[in-house]
Design a protein around this ligand. Structure first.
Ligand code: NI
Ligand code: MN
Length: 241
């Protein structure tokens, strides 16, 4: 198997080319995402799409991309129902605490502390709750995408129970953790490799990667990606953790 290739498309949107040859998109905000490079705005092959919550900057292009790619879409129950009502025919709703194999990848839905209303025209629809995901890829590598979240103590439990190798954490402040809280999250989760997200996309997100790197202070390896940049990750070595 090849190594995971993780590409940041800006904000909380990540494209994973998995060791088993699948393409996974987390938080499909691509066409409308000002940070997403043009080369990725015409994605036409996706196997799986994961949605952490119903805010536009996470779900914005879900319906269009599901139609175009027929990817399996996984979201929390109420958000999936909304997507189904918009014509999404592939995928499933689930809820926190559960796990399910999809396309050969184990998808576990975990807690996040955030809201989840879906803006639909001039209405706000109840979308369930915001979540995170811990994915176990085909080579055993475990990737935690925290979604939008505040710092919360049960991140320690996520670390203890699911032992993610890589954590993708929001650092932008205002809507999520700031760099200092995100660095505390790194300690709670115990992940050795972390990638900051939900920063620098638009005005009003003061948390920056340099502050996060400084706050982590060498306790984990921080990979700061630019939008469109890809990083490969080798399979986890169990003894190293
Ligand atoms: Ni949000
Ligand atoms: Mn957001």
């Amino acid at each position: 198997m090849k190594n995971l290739e993780l590409t940041w498309l800006g904000h909380s949107t990540f494209l994973l080319d998995t060791p088993g040859g699948k393409r996974v998109l987390i938080d499909p905000w691509v066409m409308g995402n000002p940070a997403c490079p043009d080369a990725y705005k015409s994605l036409d092959k996706l196997d799986l799409m994961l949605i952490t919550h119903g805010h536009f900057d996470h779900i914005g292009d879900a319906v269009e991309l599901a139609r175009r790619t027929e990817a399996q879409v996984v979201a929390i129950f109420e958000t999936y129902l909304w997507l189904a009502g918009k014509g999404v025919k592939t995928g499933m709703g689930m809820n926190k605490g559960g796990k399910v194999p999809v396309q050969g990848i184990q998808v576990r839905m975990v807690d996040a502390r955030h809201s989840c209303g879906i803006q639909d025209g001039d209405q706000v629809i109840y979308g369930g709750e915001a979540c995170g995901f811990v994915l176990t890829l085909e080579d055993g590598l475990k990737v935690y995408h925290a979604g939008d979240t505040a710092l919360f103590g049960d991140m320690q439990l996520i670390g203890e129970r699911y032992a993610p190798d890589i954590a993708l954490l929001p650092i932008g402040d205002l809507y999520t953790m700031d760099p200092s809280d995100a660095a505390r999250a790194v300690e709670l989760i115990g992940a050795r490799r972390v990638v900051p997200m939900h920063h620098s996309t638009f005005e009003g997100l003061p948390g920056k990667p340099a502050d996060f790197v400084a706050a982590v202070g060498g306790k984990a390896e921080v990979t700061v990606l630019q939008p469109g940049q890809t990083q490969a990750f080798a399979p986890a070595v169990a003894a190293a953790r």
